[in-house]
Design a protein around this ligand. Structure first.
Ligand code: UDX
Length: 459
């Protein structure tokens, strides 16, 4: 153990909430296994060091401007991040390794978020091994790789796929993608990222892990076994499926926004399984029309709701100013709106019986692990794949076809009141139990984590 204590692992998270959470949870897990943890973070969106007193935090000069951070265009942002951060990370780590070996432990490897791919070059320069962390599901990676293969074979992906608003019924979009059951063209993780060629360029870069020694996935074998098996055939390095990380190491919160704890007291007053929790994650945004439909759909369903409206997520307003006054008057005590919730505690609360979600991978895992069925409104990227899996394979999610009040009202009632929802809740409880088995001694994720520990010790 003493020997292990002196080994240091450097983590390089991508500065978005859905990426920071699993990386810090992994850090907590590795720390509990005896490694010392250094988090090399950008100046943009960095986690609060005081919430993680066991870690050492080192800032990397990211040289990002407001134009980079406020554009909302993810792909150019990620590209800039990778260009700007390489030299600063290299210099910080070289200095740290020179001066502070005792404090930090001997650094033995860098674990980086797949979107922070510059870290692989830094690791090479410092003669350190590196490992990739994938924070999304395994099936999306397969889908991306299939699209690249189709392209390489000269079969073009219908250009119609880019920039289609989700859930527009169209015969082409409803067609199944050959070889990617059960995905339809509309479920491919390609739209809403700007020009398709930019996305495919990024996917090409991150699909190739170059000299990295392994890939860690925040997923579970029982959920994604066929995808993981296929990926293992494609990648010649070990893959470690170690999820759900939030359950393995319930780290202290790494929320970038302040969590509103009052919503838990409000939940305490609600009946068992009666509340629908609504959150579209940390990045998605809506226009006023969608906000209004959501509001009336929820109010008309007559179910209690806890709704996260992230500040800045409604285009053209700061928070909920655009909500109709008549709606605010109607929902009274039956609804509770917050800027940011302690989501883990909310989903674990007995009053919460359903989750209307954008199906980000963290939210998906968190909901599965609490046995909470979902209404799926994916916004972009892997969320569409997750939504399809939730509704079609695991059958614990209802696909919301249109952001329209009548449709929403019906979906909420189907999930919260009807027998159909009860059956989905039962299936979700079964998945929850399986997740518990995965992380127990001898379970697949437990074993995978031990294998990961061994590989790091072998470096
Ligand atoms: C995006 C992608 O959609 C996701 O699939 C990818 O893997 C990471 O980036 P994001 O919008 O951040 O995800 O959603 P999600 O993956 O669900 O992560 C959001 C995190 O924020 C979750 O861990 C959730 O618990 C947390 N959260 C969300 C809160 O703590 N409070 C809230 O009010 C809302």
């Amino acid at each position: 153990m003493e020997e292990e204590k002196r080994r240091g692992v450097v983590l390089v998270p991508c500065p978005f909430q859905g990426h920071i959470n699993p990386m810090l949870q992994l850090g907590t897990t590795l720390h509990s296994m005896g490694f010392s943890i250094t988090v090399a973070h950008t100046q943009f969106n960095y986690p609060d060091p005081s919430k993680h007193p066991d870690f050492i935090f080192i800032p990397i000069q990211d040289a990002l401007t407001d134009t980079n951070t406020l554009s909302g265009n993810l792909i150019p942002f990620i590209k800039t991040l990778n260009i700007n951060c390489e030299v600063p990370l290299q210099e910080c780590l070289a200095q740290m390794m020179d001066q502070n070996q005792d404090q930090h432990g001997k650094v033995v490897c860098i674990i980086y978020d797949t979107l922070m791919y510059f870290s692989e070059a830094v690791a090479n320069h410092l003669k350190l091994p590196s490992i990739v962390l994938r924070t999304s599901d395994a099936y999306s990676s397969l889908a991306y790789r299939s699209v690249l293969r189709l392209q390489a074979e000269g079969r073009s992906v219908p250009s119609i796929i880019q920039a289609i608003p989700p859930c527009i019924a169209d015969s082409v979009l409803q067609d199944l993608v050959p070889g990617l059951h059960p995905l339809r063209f509309k479920d491919l993780p390609l739209s809403n990222f700007g020009p398709l060629e930019n996305l495919l360029q990024l996917v090409t870069i991150i699909s190739n892990i170059r000299t990295s020694s392994a890939i860690i996935w925040n997923t579970m074998d029982y959920l994604e076994c066929p995808s993981l098996t296929q990926l293992q055939q494609q990648y010649k390095v070990p893959l470690f499926s170690v999820g759900p990380l939030h359950k393995i190491s319930p780290a202290s919160s790494s929320s970038l926004l302040e969590e509103d704890a009052n919503c838990i007291s409000w939940l305490d007053k609600q009946a068992l399984n009666s509340v629908i929790y609504v959150s579209l994650g940390s990045l998605a945004s809506l226009d006023e029309a969608a906000l209004t439909e959501m509001a009336w759909g929820l109010a008309n369903s007559n179910q209690p709701f806890l709704w996260v409206v992230r500040p800045g997520s409604i285009r053209g307003s700061e928070w909920i100013e655009l909500l109709p006054e008549t709606f605010k008057a109607k929902f009274g005590d039956t609804g509770y709106i917050v800027k940011w919730a302690p989501q883990g505690k909310v989903l674990a609360h007995g009053a919460v019986g359903g989750f209307w979600s954008h199906c980000g991978w963290n939210s998906t895992l968190e909901s599965i692990c609490e046995g909470v069925p979902m209404i799926c409104w994916p916004c972009f990227g892997d969320q569409k794949v997750n939504a399809r899996y939730l509704s079609c394979e695991w059958r614990i999610g209802l696909e919301l076809e249109h952001m329209e009040r009548g449709n929403i009202e019906r979906a909420v009632r189907r999930l919260m009141v009807d027998k159909e929802g009860e059956e989905m809740r039962q299936r979700a409880m079964d998945l929850k139990e399986k997740a518990e088995v995965c992380i127990r001694k001898g379970g697949s994720s437990y074993n995978s984590l031990n294998d990961l520990k061994e590989i790091i010790l072998s470096f």
